[in-house]
Design a protein around this ligand. Structure first.
Ligand SMILES: [Zn+2]
Length: 248
């Protein structure tokens, strides 16, 4: 996963979504709301096209699923499932781009803690790497160990379990491939002796299909070679890259 910045919709598209939500709310108040029919009608309308385009734009040039970053993002995904939270079905902040497989695994599951905080990562509102970890040896995503709790992040645990992030071979293979590519970029840069931080960052981001660059420049990633060499021997370049990522 990677952090995703949510785009602003135009006032006209925002108004169209608000109107759909108001219609759904009033149908629900009178017991007449058919969630799936209301959703289909909106999704097939021309006024919904800018919503899909904005989500595709947010997901990057390959238009990958915002949860797994591996499969093509084909569906508009409701972070809060629309059948459980119809009051959020047309809320822009609740819409993501997802793949069929993640959608199937997630279904209507949406755990919340005792304060109502979702126990699932929304990459447009939290940094996924606060809750997830990556194992470079296997390519598998796991829940991040939270030292303050002395236990893995509950949000990470639930996200991995619901989306089966640690059980999908295609995902671990894809993450391993991306990690090897990122390692190759850093190895070539450090071999030259003098590291051009701007060029390095540019190459890393271009090679990062799975959002791993943030992990590579975290406390965990910098212990792994060749990021460790970059951190220890080319510290200015490492610092410049880390700075760039924190501002991105
Ligand atoms: Zn997916």
């Amino acid at each position: 996963m990677r952090r995703i910045v949510r785009k602003e919709l135009t006032p006209a598209t925002t108004a169209a979504l608000e109107r759909r939500q108001a219609e759904a709310d009033s149908a629900r108040a009178s017991g007449m709301l058919d969630v799936n029919a209301a959703w289909r009608a909106a999704r097939d309308s021309s006024e919904f096209r800018p919503v899909l385009l904005a989500l595709q734009d947010m997901s990057g040039h390959a238009r990958r699923c915002m949860y797994c970053l591996d499969s093509h993002g084909t569906d508009v995904e409701h972070f809060r499932p629309k059948s459980v939270y119809p009051e959020s079905m047309f809320r822009w902040a609740n819409l993501l781009l997802g793949c069929t497989e993640c959608g199937r695994f997630k279904g209507n599951r949406f755990p919340v803690d005792e304060h109502g905080v979702p126990q699932l990562i929304d990459p447009t509102s939290v940094d996924p790497w606060e809750h997830l970890d990556f194992d470079p040896a296997t390519g598998i995503l796991t829940a991040r160990f939270d030292p303050a709790r002395g236990a893995p992040s509950p949000i990470g645990v639930a996200t991995v379990e619901i989306l089966r992030l640690d059980q999908r071979e295609v995902l671990s293979r894809g993450h391993s491939r991306t990690f090897r590519r990122l390692c190759g970029v850093v190895e070539r840069a450090t071999a030259s002796g003098r590291v051009d931080a701007v060029g390095l960052m540019h190459e890393l981001l271009a090679a990062d299909d799975h959002g791993l660059v943030d992990w590579c420049f975290s406390v965990r990633g910098r212990r792994e070679e060749p990021f460790r060499t970059l951190y220890e021997r080319h510290h200015d370049a490492w610092e410049a890259c880390a700075q760039h990522l924190s501002l991105a």
